[in-house]
Design a protein around this ligand. Sequence first.
Ligand code: NAD
Length: 469
Amino acid sequence: MATNGTVKGAEPLDFTKFQNVINGKLVDTKETRRTVNPSTFEELYPVPVSTQADIDEAIEVAKKAQESWANVPWAERQQAVKNYADALEALSEDFAKQLTTEQGKPKMFAQAELGDAVKWLRQLSDFPEPEDVIQDDDKKKVITRYTPLGVAVGIVPWNFPIQLAAGKIGAALVTGNAFILKPSPFTPYGGLKLAELAQRFFPPGVFQALSGDDNLGPWLTAHPGVDKVSFTGSTATGKKVMESCAKTLKRVTLELGGNDPAIICADVNPAEVAPAVAFMALLNSGQICIAIKRIYIHESVYDEVVKAMVEFVKTVKVGDGHEEGNLLGPINNKLQFDRVKDLIADIEKTQLNLAVGTTKNDGEKGYFIQPTIVANPPEDSRIVVDEPFGPVFPVLKWSDEDDVVKRANNTDMGLGASVWSRNLDEAERIGRRLKAGNVWVNSHGEVQPNAPFGGHKQSGIGYEWGVWL
Ligand code: NAD
């Protein structure tokens, strides 16, 4: 904070002009592109389309900047990230408004995402400098040091473009790396502004951002000047990223897709649990890696729980995130909208039963999909097997614990899972059998910056956040 009570470096940013950030400067590119507001199809401002030359320049600059940044004491690097977090907090209303415009999520959730981004930056800059003393006696001293990797690239998806970027930014910068952010082509605006704001707190070249088309990600992962890629996105792309990084043995962290089960036990209170579980399946219009994607309900409470879920879903309003009262916004982009529609067409074709919702979503005035519950579909149907990444989810019955654990684990994914029960011992017993990076009891998707987050199986490699050495 500056002495007059205003936050240092928090002068407003211009949210009508969007440029790459290279070597501390805002840089235009010859070619530009635009995305649309997914609620209205209104064309948004032009953003840069980076060339190979832009990337070469940014990486060259990052390499030099990183050498000096790594010599800045840990405490000073922590302080710089904290000051940056303070400025982001002061400007969070502007960032949140932009987030709703480009991503679609309702205003209150955009504000919450900004709050989380600030929280993540702050907490990631609280960790002490790690050093393990293995032996320190009169014979010898043996220590494990954790040194910066060099130039780190953060590739983020479009569902939580600010929070997911913040997690990568905080971790990379505190630990002495230079960082290049590559936002998704569907949500490039906020990411570019995150980097622009950062120029007030970090030396030139320490934090840069490049926007571009579909060439940009592959160019970055292939570049020999990059030492580390932290990727969040789909499993299919994650495999390509790993393959590309393998050529120069870059370090990779992969945070990928999920197909999270929630197991609801016989002793739950349906009135409490049903809306909570349905909410975690629908939040962000289902576009969350750790959204609940399959709900296994004990047969003795199946009817009651589904009924309470249907009642809740009927209260959910879908629409433009800038308008008050909407709980769900649109699907973020046409590609994903078409994928969800394809899955819904399969539900219709295979004549599955809907507990609530519709298979008709026109998408004429925005990429809106009505929340839909599919009642007791076969275990091998696409709505159970695929990651919908939309507000459509199946409810299934179970009666035998071994059987439901087997079904919950019967997937290549292993991101999150949850068990819902009044009996915490029972819930924990079942939870410990689930193969997932995060398992929750009576909650789902509750992440925090000081707890490592990551996926088992094809949901990822490595962990983000927390301290995972
Ligand atoms: P995506 O894989 O299509 O894209 C993610 C990012 O990768 C984008 O920035 C994209 O431009 C870039 N990219 C695309 N092709 C690339 C390539 N060949 N090389 C390098 N980069 C490339 O994913 P998406 O559609 O943006 O996001 C949705 C997916 O992300 C879902 O599967 C979701 O589960 C997953 N996700 C995972 C987490 C997690 O933490 N595990 C968090 C959010 C989203």
